[in-house]
Structure formats: C-alpha cells, structure tokens
Design a protein around this ligand. Structure first.
Ligand code: SAM
Length: 250
C-alpha cells in the first residue's frame, strides 16, 4: 500500500517509523511519503492560512497550496503506482463520518491512500469540491466527538488502524479476528500467568478457572458470553436494540 500524508508538521508523523508500522515500511508492505504543505507556497513567509471570509475567530487554510500539493502528490503517486492508480483522499475532520473498524477494514484493501492534515479552523471548503470535480474519491472522517488541534494525530491513528490489517503486518493474523469491534462486540477480558497473582496490596487474585481447564469449546463459549456482557455494560449502543443479553456485570 502507498500512503501519502500532507501536513505542515512532517515531524509529527515520525512515530510511523516505529514498531509494526515501521517494520511494515522496512519490509516493503507500506510505502509512506510525508509531504510538507509549505513546499507549495510562494511567499517569503510560506503562508498556508488566512482570516475567515465573513469574519470570526481563527484562521482558515488557503485553497491554493492544497490544490498545488494534491496536483504534485497525485502526479508523483501515479508515476510510481501506474497511470490507472486510483487514490482515496482522506481528510480527518471532526465534522466527518465516524472512522470505525469497518472503515479501517475497507481501506486496508486499497492500494493508495492520501491523507491531508487540517490545522487552524480547517481547510477552505472549495478544496473538497475541487477534488470531487476532478473525479477523485474524497472521504471526511472523524476520530470521535471531540476536537484536536490538527489532523496529524488522526492520521497516526488511521494509518495504524488500517495498516495493521494488511496481511503480513501483524505476526499472528488470528489475533486480528477476535479483537474488539472485529465482530461488533468488545473483546473478552484477558489473563496471563501467574494464574494466581498476589497484588502489591496482598490480595490474591485468581484468573477464572475455566481458562485453565483445557476445554477449548467451553473457553470459547465463556469468552463469547464475557464479550456480550462487557458490550452491554460499556457500549450498549453497539448491540441491536432488541438484544436480550446477560445482565450487566455487577
Ligand atoms: N473548526 C473545526 C470544527 O469546528 O469542526 C475544527 C478544526 S480543528 C481545530 C483542526 C483540524 O484538526 C481539523 O481540520 C482536522 O484535520 C483535525 N481534527 C480535529 N478534530 C478531529 C477529529 N475529531 N477527528 C479527525 N480530525 C480532527
């Protein structure tokens, strides 16, 4: 997969060199290019923002650098990916559609993503219209109902959620199957050794005995039940309205 990121803070994306995403880059699974939006400014101050038309607080990102940036990034990408390559252009935006595991699954099948980081009050609306008029697929996605200072943190989260689903990135592919949100439920509680743990306050805490039973069928059933309970308790909105699951955990 190729990913291009356009930002005024390229250093913000440095964590994408670490851990499994960094390894995916070194293994040639992820071809990541981070671009500085200010490359496509032409004044001494490398200006990317201006005051909002109609007045109001804050600054708005100007359309010209963005249009130039997309022209250059898309042309370089097509040269590398082939003339028929079809990017999905993604704008993190608190007013976008919710980004969810299903979105990450869908996007992990794409060959080319272009992610654009907004700053200030956001990007001039005509940039989205221009890209759509050019025939590009454009998606505005929100990480959640809160406001970040810029799109970089959202791009880190989106990239990690998407790239870890590409085959070969996470060592044990089975671990992706039972995770929270992969089947619409939250994950069951996890335990490891020691089975009996004395915590620093002196309380002995036992792992559920069923996990030591070796009965894989009963363990799977117990985990399914725990997933349902946990989802009902913490995220009832994920369950169908008529769900009659187990009582919430006490
Ligand atoms: N004025 C905007 C509004 O009220 O909707 C908020 C702009 S925010 C300060 C600057 C940038 O941060 C946005 O353009 C977007 O790229 C990013 N951002 C902020 N919150 C986000 C969220 N919840 N999800 C995704 N991106 C977000």
């Amino acid at each position: 997969m190729r990913i291009d990121v356009v930002t005024i803070f390229p250093e913000y994306l440095a964590p994408l060199d670490l851990s499994l995403i960094g390894k995916a880059r070194r293994d040639g699974i992820l071809d990541l290019h981070v671009h500085d939006l200010r490359t496509w400014t032409h004044d001494r101050h490398r200006t990317v923002d201006d005051t909002p038309l109609g007045g109001g607080a804050g600054m708005v990102m100007k359309p010209e650098p963005w249009a130039e940036a997309f022209a250059a990034v898309l042309s370089a990408g097509r040269e590398a990916q082939g003339a028929d390559a079809h990017p999905l252009i993604i704008f993190p935006n608190p007013a976008g559609a919710p980004f969810a595991q299903a979105t990450a699954q869908d996007w992990s099948q794409r060959e080319w993503l272009v992610l654009a980081c907004g700053r200030y009050e956001g990007i001039d609306e005509r940039v989205y219209e221009h890209l759509a008029d050019q025939g590009h697929e454009v998606a505005l996605v929100s990480l959640g109902d809160y406001v970040l200072n810029g799109g970089e943190v959202a791009v880190l989260a989106i990239t990690e959620a998407v790239v870890r689903l590409i085959p070969g990135v996470v060592g044990n592919a089975a671990s992706l199957v039972e995770e929270s949100h992969s089947d619409g439920l939250l994950e069951y509680p996890l335990y490891t050794r020691p089975a009996s743990w004395t915590d620093p306050a002196g309380t002995v805490r036992e792992a559920p005995p069923i996990l030591l039973s070796g009965d894989h069928g009963r363990i799977a059933a117990w985990r399914r039940e725990q997933s349902r309970r946990r989802t009902r308790e913490r995220r009832p909105d994920l369950l169908p309205a008529d769900d009659e699951g187990p009582a919430p955990l006490g």
